[in-house]
Unconditional design. Structure first.
Length: 165
């Protein structure tokens, strides 16, 4: 089962815990995707690959830009999460980060969201330095903006928390 960490209208911004930003060079990313034996596409979930293919068909362009902007989103999620940790140790490093368990998906109206597999979501909650006894009352939410234009794809991600009564 996958958990969605709240669209913007569910929790607002609350307290900002972390901010991440990433840029991807489309030409270099396309080269990596085309390399023989590459595992780049396995870093995306089937749903992400399907959405990228559908967007490319709709826009009459190449899938590269649509995967690259999702890759920028994943990198931005990692950066925002890392910033939110403060001095706490990271639960993942770059070699074991669950890239396909962090999905960057669009809703039916094209608005992007961050979706985490339940095991990744649980690890997120347990990794953050939340005040004692508040884990059950804290809702974490992601806010994400994606763009690709010309030679680059870009993403900005904000990780927030709200205390639920």
């Amino acid at each position: 089962m996958r958990g969605i960490l709240g669209p913007m209208n569910d929790a607002g911004f609350g307290q900002v815990l972390g901010l991440g930003h990433d840029l991807v060079d489309l030409k270099e990313f396309g080269r990596q995707l085309a390399m023989p034996g590459t595992r780049m596409t396995s870093l995306f979930s089937p749903r992400e690959r399907r959405q990228a293919e559908q967007r490319a068909l709709l826009k009459h362009d190449d899938i590269t830009a649509h995967l690259a902007v999702r890759w920028a989103g994943k990198e931005s999620v990692l950066k925002a999460w890392s910033q939110a940790l403060g001095s706490e140790p990271s639960p993942y490093d770059l070699d074991d980060f669950p890239w396909s368990g962090v999905e960057i998906l669009d809703d039916g109206r094209g608005r992007p969201s961050v979706n985490l597999e339940s095991s990744v979501e649980a690890r997120l909650y347990h990794s953050l330095p939340l005040p004692g006894g508040q884990v059950d009352r804290v809702q974490l939410c992601w806010h994400i903006a994606l763009s690709h234009d010309g030679p680059v794809a870009s993403a900005v991600v904000v990780l927030c928390r709200c205390i639920c009564n």
